[in-house]
Design a protein around this ligand. Structure first.
Ligand code: ZN
Length: 257
C-alpha cells in the first residue's frame, strides 16, 4: 500500500514535467492520459503563465495578427508575401531553422517586406518529447540563424504543434522568450480548400485574435487553400474594421530579446 502511495505521489509530482500541449486529437484511453491532456491544455498553460504562454492579445482595439508557421519554402512563402504586400498587411512568420538556412533569400524577403520573425525550432521537432538539451539546441540554433539573417534574436517562440513542457516554458522565460500559441486555427496544414480555410478563420476571429496559418510545407504538402483564402480573409476583416498587426505590436512587446 505504501509503495502504491509512493508511486502515485511521485507520479503526480512528475505530471507537470510531462505535459504536452499538442492540440490533442488522439483518443485518450485512460484516466491518466485524460489528466495529462487536461493539465497540459493550451488554455490551462495560458491561465498559469499569462505573460509567457500567449493565445491572443488582451487589448480592446480591433486588431488581429496573422501568423505563418513553417517558413520559409520556395513555393508558398513567396506567394503569401506577394499577397501581403498587395494588401499592405504585416504578419509574423515562425521560421524553421533548417529551412531558413536552406532558403535565406526568402527569409531576407520576409524581413525586407517588414514582417516579424519568430523561432519555430530547428528541425520542427515535437519539443515536449525531446530532452532538455535537444530542446535548447533546437531553439538556440534557430535563434543564431535568424540573428545572422535579420540582425536580431527573436523574442517570439512557437513550438511545433504548440507542444511544450512546463520545464521548457520556464527555460524560455529565463531566456526572455514569449511563447506564442494561437486562438484561431485555419487548419490549412490538413491541405483543405480555400472555402474551409476561410470559414475556419472568419467564424472564430475576434478582437486580439492570433490566427494560425502555414507558409511552408514539404513535398506533397498543399497550402494552396491558404493562398486562395488569404485575400478573401484580409478583405473581409478590413471591411469589418480590423487592423492587421504583427504579434509584437499586438502584445506591445519588442520583436527581439
Ligand atoms: Zn510548424
Amino acid at each position: 500500500m505504501r509503495r502504491m502511495l509512493f508511486f502515485f505521489l511521485s507520479l503526480s509530482l512528475c505530471l507537470p514535467q510531462m505535459i504536452s500541449v499538442q492540440p490533442a486529437i488522439s483518443p485518450q484511453p485512460s484516466l491518466l492520459a485524460f489528466a495529462l491532456q487536461e493539465m497540459g491544455s493550451p488554455s490551462s498553460l495560458n491561465r498559469k503563465y499569462p505573460h509567457l504562454f500567449i493565445m491572443k492579445g488582451k487589448g480592446t482595439a480591433k486588431e488581429v495578427a496573422l501568423t505563418f508557421d513553417d517558413a520559409p519554402d520556395l513555393r508558398y512563402t513567396p506567394q503569401i508575401l506577394t499577397i501581403l504586400k498587395k494588401e499592405n498587411v504585416k504578419a509574423t512568420f515562425f521560421v524553421v531553422g533548417w529551412r531558413a538556412k536552406a532558403y535565406p533569400s526568402v527569409v531576407k524577403r520576409i524581413i525586407q517586406d517588414g514582417h516579424v520573425l519568430g523561432n519555430h525550432s530547428y528541425s520542427h521537432a515535437d519539443l515536449a518529447k525531446v530532452s532538455q538539451k535537444r530542446f535548447q539546441y533546437e531553439t538556440e540554433k534557430t535563434d543564431e540563424i535568424i540573428k545572422r539573417l535579420s540582425g536580431y534574436s527573436p523574442k517570439l517562440l512557437r513550438p511545433p504543434y504548440g507542444s511544450i513542457k512546463e520545464s521548457q516554458l520556464r527555460w524560455a522565460a529565463q531566456k526572455k522568450y514569449v511563447v506564442v500559441y494561437w486562438n484561431v486555427d485555419s487548419e490549412d496544414w490538413r491541405g483543405i480548400g480555400a472555402k474551409e480555410v476561410i470559414h475556419n478563420v472568419l467564424d472564430h476571429v475576434g478582437v486580439g485574435s492570433i490566427i494560425l496559418h502555414h507558409s511552408g510545407t514539404g513535398r506533397g504538402g498543399d497550402l494552396s487553400g491558404t493562398v486562395k483564402a488569404l485575400p478573401v480573409i484580409i478583405k473581409n476583416l478590413k471591411r469589418e474594421g480590423y487592423r492587421f498587426v504583427t504579434v509584437p505590436e499586438l502584445l506591445h512587446i519588442p520583436r527581439n530579446k
